[in-house]
Design a protein around this ligand. Structure first.
Ligand SMILES: NC(=O)c1ccc[n+]([C@@H]2O[C@H](COP(=O)([O-])OP(=O)(O)OC[C@H]3O[C@@H](n4cnc5c(N)ncnc54)[C@H](OP(=O)(O)O)[C@@H]3O)[C@@H](O)[C@H]2O)c1
Length: 216
């Protein structure tokens, strides 16, 4: 598949390399293709390319929204709304309010419990098929996570069943077990998992973990 990664931060670069390792074609979308991190990533990932957000979104058969939650709508607008039409969009964003510090390790969100960021973005992109994934684990564990043989669980949701199947196949290849939690509204609790995941990090410096759902 042709995979468009919007954003050249930690998540964009980790997922870009992961898709490339799995045999996909990857373009990294960025405001500045001449940024040192982008140039270095291109050197370390031969066969990949970089372009503007719009070039990247046009290129992708599947799009990953690897940008800060507070400017995700801005990035979507500059990428061109019609470039998302009909495509699965993987959404790892979190609605973290960067204007306020964590309170006893609890990150503040700019959304309420009644609306997730993914629902907002899905409304902005009615022709796209958003799937929440990769938001509640650190970038170091997104690809082939090694927890001593136990597969962690990635909670996903979205309104389009085919898009979720595509994301599940990707997660299988990346070494994850997938739990489909239903439609877009389920992004509310899934986005909250990011707060829980970060808590041990903020209060005792522990960042090496992932969630697993135990079932009978
Ligand atoms: N870091 C993690 O471990 C982790 C884990 C799970 C989920 N997430 C979520 O994944 C998303 C990406 O996180 P991240 O840590 O990779 O990076 P980030 O620092 O949140 O930003 C990623 C990219 O967003 C773009 N960006 C930033 N400000 C912008 C602006 N004003 N206008 C346009 N683009 C802008 C930049 O791309 P360019 O500089 O290339 O233009 C930047 O590299 C976030 O929503 C985060 O909450 C992160």
């Amino acid at each position: 598949m042709k995979v468009a990664i919007l954003g050249s931060g930690q998540v964009g670069r980790v997922l870009g390399s992961a898709f490339l390792k799995e045999g996909h074609l990857v373009m990294l979308g960025t405001r500045d293709v001449n940024k040192a991190e982008v140039k270095e990533w291109l050197l370390q990932n031969p066969g990949s390319s970089a372009g503007s957000f719009a070039d990247c979104a046009r290129f992708g058969e599947i799009i990953v929204l690897a940008v800060s939650g507070d400017i995700a709508a801005q990035v979507i607008s500059s990428a061109g709304i019609s470039n998302f039409d009909g495509k699965p969009v993987i959404d790892p964003t979190n609605p973290i309010d960067h204007t306020r510090p964590p309170v006893n390790g609890v990150l503040p969100f700019f959304t309420s419990g009644e609306e997730s960021l993914m629902e907002r973005l899905q409304k902005m992109l009615p022709g796209a098929k958003l799937v929440k994934a990769f938001n509640s684990v650190g970038s170091a564990y997104m690809y082939k996570p090694d927890f001593g043989g136990e597969k962690p669980t990635m909670f996903i949701c979205g309104n389009d069943e085919a898009a979720k199947s595509t994301v599940k196949e990707i997660l299988d290849s990346f070494g994850w077990e997938t739990e489909d939690m239903g439609k877009a509204e389920a992004a509310r609790p899934i986005e909250s998992l990011c707060v829980l995941w970060c808590l041990p990090g903020f209060i005792r410096g522990q960042w090496a973990h992932a969630f697993r759902l135990l079932k009978k």
